[in-house]
Design a protein around this ligand. Structure first.
Ligand SMILES: Nc1nc2c(c(=O)[nH]1)N[C@H]1C(S)=C(S)[C@@H](COP(=O)(O)OP(=O)(O)OC[C@H]3O[C@@H](n4cnc5c(=O)[nH]c(N)nc54)[C@H](O)[C@@H]3O)O[C@H]1N2
Ligand SMILES: Nc1nc2c(c(=O)[nH]1)N[C@H]1C(S)=C(S)[C@@H](COP(=O)(O)OP(=O)(O)OC[C@H]3O[C@@H](n4cnc5c(=O)[nH]c(N)nc54)[C@H](O)[C@@H]3O)O[C@H]1N2
Ligand SMILES: [Mo]
Length: 679
């Protein structure tokens, strides 16, 4: 046997920065300056010692040869990705002078940030917004992901999104994974569900895509896209008909129940079955199971909210545990997000106090039309765009429109990035950012109740800078005087902790430094909605009742399939989309899954190249013919970098800038498409 080579491995603790509910505590292994491994922290109660397939490849990302290492100025045409290195002081001077010129000429509101969740660290994610608020820029509505589902939840329960603690799930008797592929996008929930199952719980998955979570579950219920509200209302009707609702709970906590009851009555199992494709008896059985298992837990995903009726669907689904009083029972209730419990003092860190009245808003899902918009005198609405923590050329809807906007000669674009993304190619000034191991930050979570602190654990390349540093420098250059721009990360975090809210009060910076992960100070056996204390008006809003929204965009002869684009296993949005080993694992090229019957009708064979077109654009993909896709649904898994797709086009060529029913969210799960052989 070979003796293992002995290396001096030093292990340091950090927090995964990806936009994922699990927000893992991770252990990063170094040999000297080299990152050689990343593992889940075995001592963290939620991470439980395992990292996902993506982050396990983190060393490859850390040492990627394409990492941006110095500030650069565009020398080729926009979009060409041709740059020449400049130094930081030149870059910052150029930005500051062009910014001031554009503010003077086109107004403060012609400046807009475009940022989202490249890192979930609060300081590097949100603190830069203070800069834009101080200069009176347009406000960015960060609607690209969660606002529709959040609006649905908040409509019912009030502004704080609270969930059944992960630790209580072991006592669930029935688990419904509704429109979420937890094995892929919330994998650290699975150990808890396995424990619940050992103790007798049944696990049901409701999704048009038969995936690893369907196989993990005891039952998969396939459903037509965008019909969840009808099914949930029919379940509600059955529960009421059988008298399995919790009258006492409703008497105390429901507002407008009669309205809801009437809305449910319109949905017999048969009618819901016809629309949704879910068998009427399956709906009846599910209603009986939910009505009789008081500790039913419903995990609702964001995927089902990305269509015209998404907000109403989330409302209809998440009223079910209120109907049965499940919230009173340990392990019963629902979960969308845990974020509402992180009651930090957010008054200052992101410049809320600097926000000027009457700022126009730019909806993140309408970046294209905002960039293309002009005033009556021909001036652009947007003169200056700062992109950081986001890759809009790939992730924003209607890429053609986004690209037309980014190509504008009179647009000044600054991109702060780690890698040469498709968006970076459009920058006038491209700046190199630091990675999560290279800066300290504070992390909340949307899949558990632990607040976490990560120190910088590795040296950044000499010219890379944290987002907060960049905007601090710009603030200084243009003379912004608010003290918030001088605050260090530690000072900002101390400010965030400075609150009397019982969930936070008593958690100190020193404790975070020592423990890294600190549970929120929630009551023992926390049941957020067992009584009225967390509802907006002490009541759950059943009225106006959620509806099954009638879609404007429906399949036609020309575009017979509905397209959805759920997360891929190997990338998170477009992050990790340039890691060769992961791209290989993902099959080497982007694909589209279609059902054998749809494939036959369109004369498509498995493995062939196809043209996928929608009313907004077209892409070319490899077809995978499989019953994992529901008939009538085309599934494009994972957002490939457009430049790495064989046709150099991204999936959002096919999506539109129209918005959802609640929360002004995106319609990523809404387009209708035609799939045909590529000539
Ligand atoms: N590996 C991986 N993990 C991720 C991400 C990633 O890209 N990759 N992205 C992260 C981000 S930003 C987010 S917001 C979350 C997303 O997480 P979620 O959207 O909450 O969950 P997903 O796993 O995307 O599950 C979406 C599921 O909804 C299904 N679906 C689509 N339309 C409908 C519908 O109308 N009805 C029903 N019942 N189901 C429907 C899809 O087929 C898919 O299986 O995941 C995060 N985690
Ligand atoms: N068709 C379709 N489109 C979608 C979706 C879909 O389901 N279908 N999902 C949508 C969803 S759920 C979301 S959340 C959005 C996500 O959209 P984005 O938030 O834009 O997510 P990413 O594509 O991962 O891009 C994040 C970028 O931030 C960079 N980054 C990471 N850390 C840092 C840092 O510290 N500083 C700086 N400056 N940059 C950093 C990364 O390198 C990466 O390029 O996409 C949406 N787009
Ligand atoms: Mo997201």
């Amino acid at each position: 046997m070979n003796q293992p080579v002995k290396l001096d491995i030093v292990t340091r603790r950090s927090v995964c920065p990806l936009d994922c509910p699990d927000t893992c505590s991770v252990l990063v292994d170094f040999v000297g300056d080299r990152v050689v491994g990343l593992r889940g922290d075995p001592d963290h109660p939620i991470t439980q010692g395992f990292a996902c397939v993506k982050m396990a490849k983190y060393p490859e990302r850390h040492h990627h040869p394409d990492r941006l290492l110095q500030p650069m100025r565009r020398v080729g045409p926009k979009g060409s990705g041709q740059f020449k290195p400049i130094d930081w002081s030149e870059a910052l001077d150029l930005i500051a002078s062009r910014l001031q010129e554009n503010r003077k000429r086109f107004g403060d509101t012609s400046v807009v940030p475009y940022c989202y969740a490249g890192t979930m660290g609060l300081i590097q994610r949100d603190h830069p917004l203070a800069f834009f608020r101080a200069i009176g820029a347009s406000e960015l509505d960060q609607t690209i992901c969660a606002t529709t589902a959040s609006a649905g939840w908040e409509f019912n329960y009030g502004p704080d999104k609270l969930s059944v603690p992960v630790e209580s799930l072991v006592d669930s008797k029935l688990v419904i994974l509704w429109g979420i592929n937890i094995l892929r996008s919330n994998s650290h929930l699975s150990p808890w569900l396995n424990k619940a199952r050992k103790a007798g719980a049944k696990i049901v998955h409701i999704d048009p895509y038969h995936n690893e979570t369907s196989r993990f579950a005891d039952q998969h219920i396939s459903i037509n896209v965008g019909t969840d509200a009808a099914v949930a209302l029919a379940i509600g009707a059955e529960i009421i008909r059988l008298g399995l609702h919790d009258q006492d709970y409703l008497t105390h906590f429901a507002a407008g129940f009669e309205d809801y009851r009437q809305a449910c009555e319109q949905w017999t199992p048969e009618r819901a079955a016809e629309l949704s494709g879910v068998d009427a008896n399956t709906i009846r059985e599910l209603a009986l199971a939910i009505g009789t298992n008081k500790a039913t837990f419903i995990k609702v995903g964001y995927g089902l909210s990305r269509n015209e009726g998404g907000g109403n669907a989330v409302r209809a689904i998440t009223l079910l545990p209120a109907l049965t009083g499940a919230w009173k029972h340990r392990g019963g209730g629902a979960s969308l997000s845990y974020s509402g419990a992180f009651k930090l003092n957010k008054a200052r860190y992101d410049g809320n106090h600097l926000l000027q009245p009457n700022r126009p808003h730019v909806n993140q899902n309408q970046l294209g039309q905002s960039l293309e918009a002009r005033k009556a005198n021909g001036d652009p609405e947007i003169s200056t765009l700062f992109v950081f923590n986001s890759n809009p050329a790939a992730v924003a809807p209607d890429s053609q429109s986004v690209k037309r906007g980014l190509m504008r000669e009179d647009l000044f674009t600054v991109v702060l990035e780690l890698f040469p993304t498709d968006t970076a190619d459009y920058a006038d000034i491209l700046l190199p950012a630091t990675m999560f191991t290279e800066h300290a930050d504070l992390y909340t979570a949307y899949g558990h109740y632990y607040l976490q602190w990560a120190e910088a654990i590795s040296q950044a390349p000499p010219q890379c800078r944290p987002n907060a540093w960049v905007f601090g420098q710009l603030a200084e250059r243009i003379g912004l005087s608010d003290p918030v721009f001088k605050m260090s990360t530690e000072e900002l975090v101390r400010d965030l902790l400075d609150t009397d809210h019982p969930n936070i009060k008593g958690i100190t910076f020193e404790q975070l430094q020592a423990d890294r992960s600190v549970p929120l100070r929630l009551p023992e056996d926390f049941r957020p909605y067992a009584d009225g204390s967390n509802f907006a008006d002490k009541k759950i809003r059943f009225s106006p009742a959620p509806q099954q929204i009638e879609f404007k965009v429906t399949p036609t002869k020309q575009y017979p399939l509905r397209l959805i684009s759920p997360p891929g296993a190997f990338i998170v949005n477009t992050t990790m989309g340039n890691i060769p080993s992961l791209l290989k694992q993902a099959g080497g090229e982007p694909t589209i899954l279609i059902h054998p019957n749809d494939a036959r009708r369109a004369s498509i064979s498995d493995g062939s190249r196809v043209k996928v077109s929608s009313p907004t654009g077209e892409v070319h993909r490899k077809a995978i013919v499989t019953t994992d896709a529901r008939e009538g649904v085309a599934i494009a898994v994972g957002l490939w970098w457009p430049k790495y797709a064989p046709d150099k086009r991204g999936l959002n060529e096919l999506t539109s800038q129209e918005l959802t029913d609640l929360g002004a969210g995106s319609l990523f799960g809404n387009p209708v498409v035609r799939v045909e052989p590529l000539a």
